[in-house]
Design a protein around this ligand. Structure first.
Ligand code: HGY
Ligand code: MN
Ligand code: MN
Length: 400
């Protein structure tokens, strides 16, 4: 399965993945998912929001145990973020069949669409739509860098965008959703464990800072006559780092768009996107307020106009304790050591769905902690340990 997926959407130069929502690479990943489902005799379903489901047993029986993740990537993302959870779900089912496990509840494997929000800027679109956390009008307004809206992109990919919307009946069928994901940090490397259980997801969001100045000639415009938006932008990036350090949080300006983006032209507009996350809401609010305050002061000083728009936000997620503890009990049974429980600063579909159904996450060791990079890596032994752990969890939850 891993080898079949590997070449899809992989850039020859960067060796990173460019699997953006509703693009041909995304379509190829979706085809792979459907083939894996059908190869196992699972009932394939595509839901109204373009999420893919592979069912074993009667989906309408209720109390289903569901596992899966996403197949889309950030720009030049790594091979594991998302796909490890989907591949491990199919592999865990294969393992359970090898064990002769008898399912007493329906099981489903899922691929949630557009988790990374790389193309339209909002994370977890597929799961947010299903959970009613993204309204249809707001979804229809999403636009990519070329001005293509989400509905247009879905239509071009052969999907019916008029069907999108909340899917409470589908979520009501689910008793528990467990997502396996490569760890995006080094906690398991430091603790020496191949697998961990998630406790919480930090509150996190994305804010767009638009600095509007005055386009002019780079060579003939005196410094005192400039309204150069690049300067307050640069000072704001440094302010974000300071605010994050003060609040023991993280803040990243990872994406910038400059108009007209010419070497010899003072920009008319600089757009910068802030991603900030913190262990608690108060710290996150402190960082964002501090960055915005600094941005306004610097913009004012340079005669530049500033607008700030919050484009994506996810409140803190505390995974349901009963399910978290059930995973710990299942994985701890007979093991010589307790499976570590750890928080994360990375968002996931399991976080979005935790507002609607009981969800939990398993993390697989990432020896360098690097993610959202072609260098993202997990050792095969650890990936196998993740599959076996997921199989144990699914057996414990769905094969009583
Ligand atoms: O950005 C995140 O935390 C996730 O990878 N979407
Ligand atoms: Mn990611
Ligand atoms: Mn992910």
């Amino acid at each position: 399965m891993w080898r079949d997926l590997a070449p899809i959407g992989r850039d020859a130069q960067s060796k990173g993945y460019r699997r953006y929502a509703w693009t041909p690479a995304d379509a190829d990943c979706r085809t792979w998912f459907k083939e894996q489902a059908e190869a196992r005799g699972l009932t394939y379903e595509l839901d109204r929001n373009g999420n893919q489901w592979a069912w074993l047993g009667d989906p309408t029986a209720g109390d289903a145990v569901v596992t899966g993740s996403h197949l889309d990537s950030v720009p030049d993302g790594g091979p594991f973020d998302g796909p490890l959870g989907v591949v491990s779900s199919f592999a865990a089912l294969d393992e359970l069949r090898r064990r002769g496990a008898q399912f007493t509840k329906p099981l489903a494997i899922t691929n949630f669409g557009d988790e990374e929000g790389a193309r339209f800027g909002l994370a977890c679109v597929g799961s947010r739509l299903a959970a009613g956390q993204l309204t249809v009008p707001a979804a229809r307004r999403l636009r990519d860098a070329d001005g293509v809206t989400l509905p247009e992109a879905m239509e071009r990919a052969g999907y019916d965008p008029t069907a999108i919307g909340p899917d409470p009946e589908r979520l009501a069928r689910i008793g528990a959703f467990v997502e396996l994901h490569v760890e995006q940090g080094r906690a398991l490397d430091l603790s020496g464990d191949p697998v961990g259980i998630a406790s919480a997801i930090w509150p996190h969001g994305r804010w767009r800072f638009d600095f509007a100045g005055e386009a002019n000639h780079a060579g003939t415009t005196r410094l005192v006559d400039r309204r150069d938006p690049m300067l307050p932008y640069a000072e704001t990036v440094l302010a974000a780092r300071r605010e994050a350090e003060l609040a023991r949080a993280v803040a990243t300006f990872g994406k910038i768009a400059v108009e007209p983006n010419g070497v010899n032209a003072i920009p008319s507009l600089v757009r910068g996107w802030l991603d900030s996350r913190a262990a608690d809401q108060e710290s996150l609010d402190q960082v964002v307020a501090g960055v915005e305050k600094a941005a306004r002061e610097h913009a004012e000083r340079h005669g530049v106009d500033l607008t700030v728009v919050r484009e994506s936000f996810t409140p803190v997620v505390e995974f349901e304790h009963a399910l978290r503890d059930e995973l710990a009990a299942i994985l701890g049974a007979g093991a010589e050591r307790r499976v570590p429980v750890l928080g994360t600063g990375a968002g996931h579909d399991a976080g979005i769905l935790s507002g609607s159904i009981p969800t939990a996450m398993l993390f697989v060791r990432n020896p360098t902690g690097v993610s959202h990079s072609p260098a993202e890596f997990a050792a095969e032994d650890d990936c196998v340990a993740g599959v076996l752990a997921l199989a144990d969890v699914l057996e414990g939850l769905a094969c009583r």
